[in-house]
Design a protein around this ligand. Structure first.
Ligand SMILES: C[S@@+](CC[C@H](N)C(=O)[O-])C[C@H]1O[C@@H](n2cnc3c(N)ncnc32)[C@H](O)[C@@H]1O
Length: 260
């Protein structure tokens, strides 16, 4: 079964909306990487191709994208089908059909909180890297649920929902160790914490609404009924409207090399 929590048909619109938020500034996220235009680059979990667009601006000559959502691969192919140096593959990152040791650089953006087996994916990506190849990870830690409200009953609901979801929403902080334990070395990381206030909070309200809508089918499985899910979403959105409730999330930028 596909385990991506938010795989609705309109998810591309949400990804594009989210991409315009300051917390998801792709140029800033990619600023500290040294790109080599000759390198073969894989965008692992490419979604609809927003990162691929940036790689093209950097004139990278060989770009592959892989994602297991048919919807997102179709969106990405529509955008870039006219380009010969970009290829998209539909498949799971846990086990790809891609050739071993074929990439100099792998980039993964916002995928680990969607995986039930993040270390399996790290091992598979290690297999795909050339000796000494580099992995670059951009990932939030505890997005959405890192929220303290005045409403203790709702805080309990949040905790319960988090414990039922099989994906680890706090995976960001664990990734440096996971890399070290799964065939990588020279692990470097930095993190920045964002608090949602003012305009950022307003944008996140829209993002959350879209996220809960696109995830309705998959996320509701972790509630006792669709009615419970809808009630949770209503309560969540109400709590977000109180600007003395604090929502925050940390973003990790991590790079590491395949151990030789
Ligand atoms: C939040 S989206 C991020 C998309 C893109 N990286 C971006 O920055 O816009 C997460 C993506 O990971 C993909 N994904 C999740 N689990 C996956 C898996 N096991 N194998 C392949 N793709 C996966 C989803 O289909 C989705 O497109």
């Amino acid at each position: 079964m596909k385990n991506y929590l938010i795989d609705g048909k309109q998810e591309s619109e949400r990804l594009n909306f989210q991409n315009k938020m300051d917390i998801c500034d792709l140029d800033q996220e990619l600023a500290h990487y040294k790109w080599n235009q000759e390198h073969r680059v894989l965008d692992a979990g490419c979604g609809n191709g927003n990162l691929v667009e940036k790689l093209l601006q950097k004139e990278i000559k060989h770009i592959d994208g892989l994602d297991f959502s048919d919807n997102r691969i179709a969106d990405a192919k529509k955008r870039f089908s006219h380009l010969k140096n970009v290829r998209f593959f539909q498949g799971s990152l846990e086990e790809t059909n891609l050739e071993a040791a074929s990439y100099d650089t792998i980039v993964c953006r916002y995928i680990y909180e969607h995986l039930t087996n993040p270390t399996t994916v790290l091992k598979e990506l290690n297999r795909l890297l050339k000796p000494d190849g580099e992995i670059n990870i951009i990932n939030f830690d505890d997005m959405v649920f890192n929220f303290h409200t005045k409403n203790e009953a709702f805080n309990k609901e949040l905790k319960k929902a988090k414990s039922r979801i099989p994906q680890d929403l706090e995976v960001g902080r664990k990734l440096p160790q996971y890399l070290k334990q799964n065939g990588y070395d020279r692990v470097e990381w930095q993190a920045v914490t964002y608090f949602f206030q003012g305009e950022r909070l307003e944008l996140e309200k829209t993002n959350s609404k879209m996220r809960f809508e696109q995830g309705r089918e998959n996320l509701s499985r972790y509630f006792d009924s669709m009615k419970d899910y809808e009630l949770f979403v209503d309560n969540y959105m109400n709590e977000l409207n109180d600007d003395c409730n604090v929502l925050s999330s940390s973003k990790f930028l991590i790079k590491a090399r395949k151990k030789t």
